[in-house]
Design a binder for this molecule. Structure first.
Ligand code: AMP
Length: 279
């Protein structure tokens, strides 16, 4: 595996391999776990060249402490990527990615305004800034994203449309711990007590699916919030049940189209997100 620190190293390394076939790309912020590994494995199976990036993007953090505390495990990340058959990893400095401040402002309409968009102002603009730059550097045929960040996938697809990018966005299922907690780099920041409480999030979402048979959407939202909030380690920031494409709230299970429940929960200082498919 080749490690590139600069954009020109990265571009050279990719151009040497482009004639081999398709280039697949997995952008990450590091502190890699089995969720990231699943994206690399899928990318490996579907492309001649696998490129990953490890970059904690400052422009997508609306909370300075979150940026400061974000786990950084560069050596372990490189070892995991290499073991999964990654060909090229891009580990740049902030100055390399942003030689000038990025002042672009994206407009994603409703999909950027609800849920994470409403609670993390500027977050998706920062995501679009960094992912569009990385796509420009790598020029991948396919890029791989996890469904844990459900709304992010909608944002990336919209960004590609707006910028006229034709690469394929591949959506990969959520990888969970044995107790159901969605894997996340932020899980390492939980205290043992918080870690023990956190599986309640997925357990509750999973249990709520059966309630479709007798409870309506509003009752189900209320029930999920109450169940989770009844644990004193957990505080629901939002729980919404939405159309999978528009991300608008639905008011009935009869809604035409696929329905997901999306949640953000504050666990002490750590903010976790998860989602579940209702239909
Ligand atoms: P991050 O490093 O958190 O920015 O995540 C990089 C990519 O890995 C994103 O596309 C995430 O959606 C994906 N990812 C993170 N956690 C998981 C997980 N538990 N299962 C599947 N994909 C994940």
């Amino acid at each position: 595996m080749k490690t590139c620190r600069t954009v020109s190293e990265l571009k050279n390394a990719i151009s040497e391999r482009r004639s081999l076939g398709s280039v697949g790309f997995v952008p990450t912020m590091g502190a890699l776990h089995a969720g990231h590994a699943s994206l690399i494995e899928r990318c490996r199976a579907e492309n001649a060249t696998v490129v990953a990036s490890v970059f904690v993007n400052p422009t997508q953090f609306n909370d300075k402490n979150d940026l400061k505390n974000y786990p950084r495990t560069e050596e372990a990340d490189a070892a995991l990527l290499e073991s999964k058959g990654c060909d090229i990893v891009f580990m740049p400095s902030v100055e390399e990615v942003y030689p000038e401040p990025d002042t672009r402002v994206f407009d994603f309409g409703t999909i950027g305004a609800v849920m994470e968009g409403a609670h993390r102002p500027g977050h998706f603009n920062g995501v679009a800034q960094v992912v569009s730059r990385l796509f420009d550097f790598v020029n991948p045929d396919k890029a791989y994203f996890g469904e844990k960040d459900f709304q992010q996938i909608a944002i990336i697809k919209s960004m590609c449309k707006q910028l006229g990018l034709t690469l394929e966005i591949v959506e990969c299922p959520i990888v969970r711990e044995a107790d159901g907690l969605a894997m996340s780099s932020r899980n390492t920041l939980l205290s043992p007590e918080q870690r023990a409480a956190a599986p309640v999030i997925h357990m509750t979402l999973a249990a709520s699916v059966a309630r479709k048979e007798w409870a309506d959407v509003e009752e189900t939202k209320k029930w999920v919030k109450e169940q989770i909030d009844s644990n004193n380690m957990l505080k629901v920031e939002y729980y919404d049940i939405v159309d999978s494409l528009t991300l608008c709230s639905v008011d009935s299970w009869e809604h035409d189209g696929s329905i997901y429940g999306c949640i953000a929960v504050q666990v002490g200082d750590v903010r976790l997100i998860d989602n579940i498919r209702y239909k």
